[in-house]
Design a protein around this ligand. Structure first.
Ligand SMILES: Cc1cc2nc3c(=O)[nH]c(=O)nc-3n(C[C@H](O)[C@H](O)[C@H](O)COP(=O)(O)OP(=O)(O)OC[C@H]3O[C@@H](n4cnc5c(N)ncnc54)[C@H](O)[C@@H]3O)c2cc1C
Length: 494
């Protein structure tokens, strides 16, 4: 007989992805605990915005008001850091830009936002919000939904015996759980401990990102700058500086970034004698690009940076990880609760691995375009010309915003595999339950699975999975061809 478990699922890592996974599991009634070694907020600048699929996900869980609140706070904080009035004219205005690719900007005026791919999206733009604010929202929600959040505790060891997983914390405490989720970041101990293969490419850059005060900021040029020594991006709001040097990865990635290291890097790359008077936060990064070849091994599952690492260029990492959490949450919950159809959890790797592989490509290509040699300069001019066309700008904006994200699911209808359109917001309302949604005229089709499915009266028949993606769509009101098969495939037998 299987040993009783203390938790259905233990999530290692209370970063954004671990917390989002815990929210999804708790929403579905799963007993989940999160182990996070930090007790304080990590102040370093990381993600500064959410792309369209992430914003949609928050809306579908009723978290949009909290997000908008965080966005307003973010704007107020930025305003509070306004530099001297004389510097204002030097602040590059990002409003005319839909994003960038290796510093090649995508002009918003050229993007065709009437393109149908943008049509279904809740918003067309990235929503600026700090990773720290996001983590606070998710931590509050996870606890409110009943997840146990254990901060200041480190997972030091685990054993998967096939029936469950024994987890050991640094306090000596031992927990038994049914499943272990490694959301413990790029250097994941869960990934290593469970023996996941992690193939990819080696790093070639050393990057620094920091928020600092300069004694003489006027010697720096705001915006994205290339010099013969590297690249620096200076944003006077709020004193944010990023440097990239192309002569190999950092010699030491474990020690904290020192004032001297940061100042040397900024001076070298900017070719100025600029002086940093204080450092508010600083981090070092590189461009390792690696991805676990499967995201599930036995009873151990990976999500977020634990499953894939890459450079931060393109602002994709957090959004990629949140997508993992949304895709995984309901599938793992269905497995724990016992109604998962055969192979449901396997679709997690099948659907998310290609999205991760695309992000790795997207970031690798940017590193290639950031090299400093004359051949790369030539290539940059050509890519720049293409991006400065309406088709090029529209393509890049779609890629950057995530609206092209589509899962390869069975079914011919063009909506299948895509984020569900929701013009009136009624679908989002129904998805707050964390259950799948059947839209269309009232029918008996879904009634037998009422514990995992809700109905929304509509003329457009669709089966929408709990993560908001279309699993089946009919061609006319009342069309139910293929619906029963889709219900069985995604929601199991009635
Ligand atoms: C400089 C920089 C800029 C970035 N900019 C962007 C951006 O603009 N847009 C974007 O989308 N993404 C960006 N990212 C990427 C984004 O920050 C990450 O993808 C995101 O943090 C991944 O979340 P996660 O929850 O998977 O991992 P993490 O945020 O790394 O969280 C993992 C957590 O696990 C905890 N942990 C680890 N091991 C253990 C253990 N054994 N026991 C207990 N706890 C443990 C850690 O303390 C940590 O809190 C950036 C990253 C960097 C470094």
């Amino acid at each position: 007989m299987a040993e009783p478990v203390d938790h259905d699922v233990v999530v290692v890592g209370g970063g954004p992805v671990g917390l989002m996974t815990a929210c999804e599991l708790a929403l579905a009634g799963v007993r989940v605990a999160v182990v996070e070694r930090r007790t304080d907020v990590d102040p370093t600048i990381k993600a500064i915005g959410l792309h369209i699929p992430s914003v949609e996900a928050f809306q579908r869980r009723g978290l949009l008001p909290a997000l908008l609140d965080a966005q307003r706070r973010h704007a107020r904080e930025l305003l509070a850091t306004l530099p001297r009035r004389a510097d204002l004219g030097r602040v590059p205005m990002a409003s005319g830009i839909a994003g960038h690719f290796a510093g090649i900007t995508v002009p918003r005026a050229l993007v065709d936002y009437a393109d149908p791919d943008f049509g279904a999206a809740w918003s067309r733009d990235m929503m600026p919000v700090s990773q720290q604010a996001l983590e606070a929202i998710l931590a509050d929600r996870a606890v409110a939904l009943g997840a146990q959040l254990r901060q200041g505790a480190e997972m030091v060891k685990f054993t998967d015996d096939g029936d469950g997983v024994d987890v050991e914390l640094d306090s000596g405490e031992r927990w038994r759980c049914g499943w272990l989720v490694g959301a413990d970041g790029g250097r994941s101990a869960v990934r290593r401990g469970a023996g996941f293969a992690f193939p990819g490419t080696d790093p070639e850059i050393t990057g620094h990102q920091a928020v600092v005060e300069f004694a003489d900021p006027e010697v720096l040029t705001p915006g994205w700058n290339r010099t013969e020594n590297g690249i620096y991006v200076y944003t006077p709001l709020p004193g944010r500086i990023l440097t990239v040097e192309m002569d190999g990865p950092p010699a030491d990635r474990n020690t904290p970034v020192t004032h001297a290291e940061l100042q040397d890097s900024v001076r070298r790359v900017s070719k100025t004698g600029v002086t940093i008077t204080s450092v508010r936060s600083a981090t070092r990064f590189t461009d390792h690009a690696r991805q676990a070849s499967t995201y599930v091994r036995g009873r151990v599952v990976l999500a977020g940076d634990a499953a894939h690492v890459h450079s931060p260029f393109g602002g994709q990492g957090l959004n990629l990880g949140l997508g993992d959490a949304l895709n995984l949450g309901w599938k793992l919950a269905a497995t724990v609760r016992g109604w998962a159809p055969d192979g449901l959890l396997d679709t997690y790797t099948r659907e998310r691995h290609p999205v991760g592989a695309w992000v790795l490509d997207w970031t690798r290509a940017q590193i290639a375009l950031m090299r400093l040699d004359p051949l790369t300069e030539s290539l940059r001019r050509i890519v720049g010309d293409l991006v400065a066309t309406p088709d090029g700008a529209t393509h890049m904006a779609k890629k950057l915003s995530g609206v092209l994200q589509k899962y390869d699911l069975p079914g011919d209808h063009p909506l299948v595999g895509r984020s569900a359109p929701d013009p009136g917001g009624r679908l989002a309302e129904a998805l707050r339950t964390g259950r799948a949604v059947l839209t269309g005229p009232r029918a008996d089709a879904g009634a037998a699975r009422a514990d995992r499915l809700v109905h929304v009266e509509s003329d457009a028949p669709m089966l929408v999975r709990p993560d908001g993606y279309v699993a089946w769509a009919g061609t006319a009101p009342g069309d139910t061809a293929g619906l029963e098969e889709a219900l069985r495939r995604w929601l199991g037998d009635s």
